[in-house]
Design a protein around this ligand. Sequence first.
Ligand SMILES: Cc1cc2nc3c(=O)[nH]c(=O)nc-3n(C[C@H](O)[C@H](O)[C@H](O)COP(=O)(O)O)c2cc1C
Length: 210
Amino acid sequence: MDILKNLKERYAVKLFNKEKIVSEADKEKLIEIWLLSPSSFWLQPWRFVIVESLEYKKKLRKAAFWQPQTQNSTFAIILCRIDDYSEKNFINPYIDDLVKKRWKTHEELADYKQVMLDYLFKMTKQELDAWAKAQVYIALWNMITSATTMWLDTCPMEWFNPELLEKHFSLKEKWLVPCVLLTVWYRDEKDFYAKEEKVRYDKDDMILRL
Ligand SMILES: Cc1cc2nc3c(=O)[nH]c(=O)nc-3n(C[C@H](O)[C@H](O)[C@H](O)COP(=O)(O)O)c2cc1C
């Protein structure tokens, strides 16, 4: 696979192919890849809500100002940041997981935990929200690229009504805040954008080499 070739052919798909469905195996593989997304301190301050049923796709479409790609894709993901950064619910579960998976003791990780607490809790709530949102966007790009490498198509979407989304998907009760949406399916060759030239600035204008 030449990843550059895949990425050059990728675009934000608006019209999805109604005949082709993403297989369960591919979907589960993608989910595994997404969970490998890196994050600061590997704290994973995100949750991904996968929307597959027609009932919820309709709700998603309404919340996303009727953008058709929400309903037509095989599935959509609401990428959320967490909204509870407490030591009890955010830091401790991570430390416990580290103890379990890396055979460490809580005592061995005490200094590391303190560094993390100092780093995070010097931030205001607003700064923490921005920090968490930035981590979510790392996962977003991982989702887009990994789908692209499997010749699957996606459309990221920031244009939605967060209040409506929170309401329809009970996100507040789960201490989640929606950041961005992604739909996954195969493109329809009739999509107007399929034949459009890629528009990006030139390398020399974007990359500074020192
Ligand atoms: C964070 C983000 C939010 C976006 N939101 C929307 C959206 O709400 N609706 C939409 O149709 N496209 C959306 N797009 C797609 C962009 O318009 C598209 O990626 C951009 O024009 C570049 O084109 P390309 O991805 O097809 O190369 C979004 C893209 C990103 C990365």
